[in-house]
Write a protein that binds this ligand. Structure first.
Ligand code: GSH
Length: 210
């Protein structure tokens, strides 16, 4: 299999963290990672559009030559493909909770974080936009409070003792925030401590560049 990706972008990073976590747990997936240079616009060129008509990354090429183009679908496919030591295991309630937190992070936080990063210090050179940054900062407060509350029982990771897809999704967006030299945590010491702890993991060290 081949994963078309670009290092800084959150959606590919979430899949790369997931793969690295699974490999740390002993599953060798043998997925070749191929950079699509989005800064040079390679994701909108015919070669990549043939893989993914939406021109986005990540894109996973399967062994049968077909493609998956949604990051969560890619992760869930890999969970099914390599079920031993999969991350989404446990009771239906545990799996439901893990999926719930991942969706909250992705749908309520990742979007505003990305827009916020571009509004304060865009790596793509978009103009600074204080009003948009303030709006996104406001939107981020409820999901950040939710995560801080989740960590109040001293769990080391978002879902407890074991790494989850939610940890990967959150850290993928935080790398982008770091890259633009912003800080979205505010007065949330538990989330800050989680961030430090997660980034010290071997999987995180092997994937994160910022
Ligand atoms: N829903 C998709 C979103 C993919 C996506 O938008 N990826 C970004 C990088 S994080 C991208 O390719 N942006 C370039 C573009 O949309 O032109 C997923 O979860 O994989």
């Amino acid at each position: 299999m081949k994963l078309y990706m670009v290092p800084l972008a959150p959606n590919p990073t979430k899949v790369m963290l997931y793969i690295a976590e699974r490999e740390e747990l002993g599953t060798q997936m043998n997925i070749e990672q191929i950079v699509v240079n989005t800064v040079k616009g390679r994701h909108k060129e015919p070669a990549h559009l043939a893989r993914n008509p939406f021109g986005t990354v990540p894109t996973l090429e399967l062994d049968d030559g077909t493609y998956l183009v949604e990051s969560l679908a890619i992760i869930e496919y890999l969970e099914d493909k390599f079920p031993q030591d999969a991350l989404l295991t446990g009771s239906p309630e545990q799996c439901g909770k893990a999926r719930d937190v991942e969706r909250i992070v992705d749908l309520r936080l990742a979007g505003p974080m990305g827009i916020y990063g571009h509004a304060v210090n865009s790596p793509l050179g978009y103009p600074k936009d204080d009003a948009k940054a303030a709006q996104m900062e406001a939107n981020m407060q409820p999901p950040l409070d939710y995560l801080e509350d989740l960590l109040r029982d001293d769990r080391p990771l978002l879902l407890g003792e074991h790494v989850s897809i939610a940890d990967c999704t959150l850290q993928a967006s935080l790398q982008f925030v770091r890259y633009v030299e912003a800080d979205v945590f505010g007065d949330r010491p538990l989330l800050r401590a989680w961030d430090k702890r997660y980034r010290a993991r071997p999987a995180a060290q092997s994937v994160l560049r910022w």
